[in-house]
Design a binder for this molecule. Structure first.
Ligand code: ZN
Length: 75
């Protein structure tokens, strides 16, 4: 007997035909898991984008200095 990966309930089937939503107990669990999976997979590129964005912005903020910020008095 399999258990639903989402709600951990027993997945009941007649022994001959697996339910269409197998290994989930219901289409609700199947769709819910898919939604959760999509959410997680979307959050990864968003997080990566943010990190990349910060990495790109940081050297720019350091490289593009306003006039007067350079220690020219040391020359
Ligand atoms: Zn379930």
């Amino acid at each position: 007997m399999a258990t639903c990966p989402r709600c951990k309930k027993e997945v009941k089937y007649d022994g001959e035909k697996l339910p269409r939503c197998f290994p989930f107990c219901s289409t609700q669990c199947q769709n819910g898991d898919l939604y959760h999976w999509l959410e997680e997979s979307y959050s990864v590129p968003v997080e990566t984008n943010r990190v990349v964005q910060e990495a790109l912005e940081d050297p720019m903020a350091k490289g593009v200095k306003p006039f007067g910020d350079e220690p020219e008095s040391l020359n």
